[in-house]
Design a protein around this ligand. Structure first.
Ligand SMILES: *Cc1c(COP(=O)(O)O)cnc(C)c1O
Length: 384
């Protein structure tokens, strides 16, 4: 391009290399240039808000992962949860949600939806077909998270889908724990699967992203309409990071799984540990449901400790050198948090908090012997 410097600095497109690279080009774009007036009002994409090349490729990958026909991207996992809910609920509706759902999603259900005249009510995650008694004439949807990411109860998806279908209710499931690799809600008849891609898909603790996935065209259309109405999309850098993470997701998840099961076994016999809470272990109360509906487990589980003074527990956790303390999970690094302060459960629904503290562990990709040495050493301070 010829012209003055200011013009030439803007029109650098002639210098752009477009060889056949392995990865798609990352387009940082609001404006899309179109070749004619007809194309302005006829061609898609005509604007960057709902994403361009990288986004379409990420959506295609997620559709494959979750056996979905429709995928919508969101700027965080929480935004994906709220987008999914707002897509399927109208004023006057009643929502039933698992008592084990992610805390900020629960807050949205109980407080924000209420402002729009939508009522929300928790049910015990293990209620199964007993949920039928909670259904009201105005009940519209049921939200699951199985297993819950603090307490790891598995819901009976089959029973809940059956009763929802019989009554024309929409079912949604937050599928972040399995990352879509080990659990396929849509294949089990759930209408909407949601993931915080921030966790395992991104996998490196460096970006936020979320996705809402559906098999049915009508529901997919409602999610698309809500996403466009609210302007909910994902930035290109984050979409790129999620797409990059997706390539190695099954490989990484298998390593998280193996290390977590190994560590869980070593923790199970420890004198400071009351019980290990991991649905893939035979002693988990919902193990049979996990066997039926899951093909594997990820790196996130909990342990309940024997009663211990909080100050001693805090000192033990602060002595850890390999495990870090921090929120979120799904990255390559191992994390631990005391998570009972986060529990927001209906009275009587979770009995675990009556005993010792609950620790949640995310088992990363470090050598498992180093992880075991670290956490067993810290727990040894409590038992001794
Ligand atoms: C982290 C998380 C979310 C929210 O994801 P963000 O990207 O942090 O907003 C939603 N659901 C579950 C189960 C999560 O663990």
């Amino acid at each position: 391009m010829s012209g003055k410097l200011a013009t030439r600095l803007i029109h650098t497109r002639g210098a752009r290399l477009r060889p056949a690279t392995v990865n798609p080009p990352l387009e940082r774009a609001s404006t899309v240039l179109l070749p004619s007036v007809a194309a302005l009002y006829g061609e898609k994409p005509a604007y960057g808000r709902m994403g361009l090349t990288v986004h379409r490729e990420l959506e295609a990958g997620l559709a494959t992962l979750e056996e979905a026909r429709h995928v919508r991207l969101a700027p965080s996992g929480l935004a994906a949860c709220t987008l999914a809910l707002i897509s399927v609920l109208d004023a006057g509706d009643h929502l039933l949600f698992s008592d084990a759902i992610y805390g900020p999603t629960r807050r949205f259900c109980e407080r924000t939806l209420k402002r729009f005249s939508i009522t929300a009510e928790a049910f015990p995650p293990g209620i199964g077909a007993g949920l039928e008694e909670r259904i009201r004439p105005e009940t519209r949807a049921i939200l699951l998270e199985s297993p819950g990411s603090l307490t790891f109860e598995i819901s009976d998806t089959e029973a809940i889908v059956a009763l929802a279908r019989a009554r024309g209710l929409t079912t949604l499931a937050d599928n972040t724990w399995s990352a879509g690799v080990y659990h396929k809600p849509l294949a089990l008849g759930v209408d909407v699967s949601i993931q915080a891609l921030t966790k395992y898909v991104v996998g490196h603790s460096d970006a936020f992203a979320g996705a809402v996935m559906a098999a049915d065209d009508e529901i997919g259309g409602r999610v698309a309409e809500a996403a466009e109405a609210f302007g909910i999309g994902l930035g290109p850098e984050e979409a790129y990071q999620a797409l990059r993470g997706l390539r190695t997701l099954p490989t990484r998840l298998a390593a998280h799984e193996a290390a977590a099961l190994d560590l869980a076994e070593r923790l199970a016999g420890h004198p400071a540990v009351e019980r290990v809470i991991h649905p893939a272990r035979a002693d988990h109360p919902d193990h049979a449901l996990w066997v039926r509906d899951f093909t594997g487990s990820s790196g996130l589980f909990a342990i309940e400790l024997k009663p211990v003074a909080r100050a001693d527990l805090n000192a033990a956790l602060e002595s850890l050198a390999v495990f870090g303390m921090g929120f979120s999970w799904g990255g390559y690094e191992s994390l631990v948090i005391p998570c009972d302060p986060q529990l927001r459960r209906s009275p009587g629904d979770w009995t675990g908090d009556k005993a010792g503290p609950l620790l949640r562990l995310h088992v990363g990709l470090e050598a498992v012997d180093d992880l075991a040495g670290d956490i067993l050493g810290a727990l040894g301070r409590l038992a001794g």
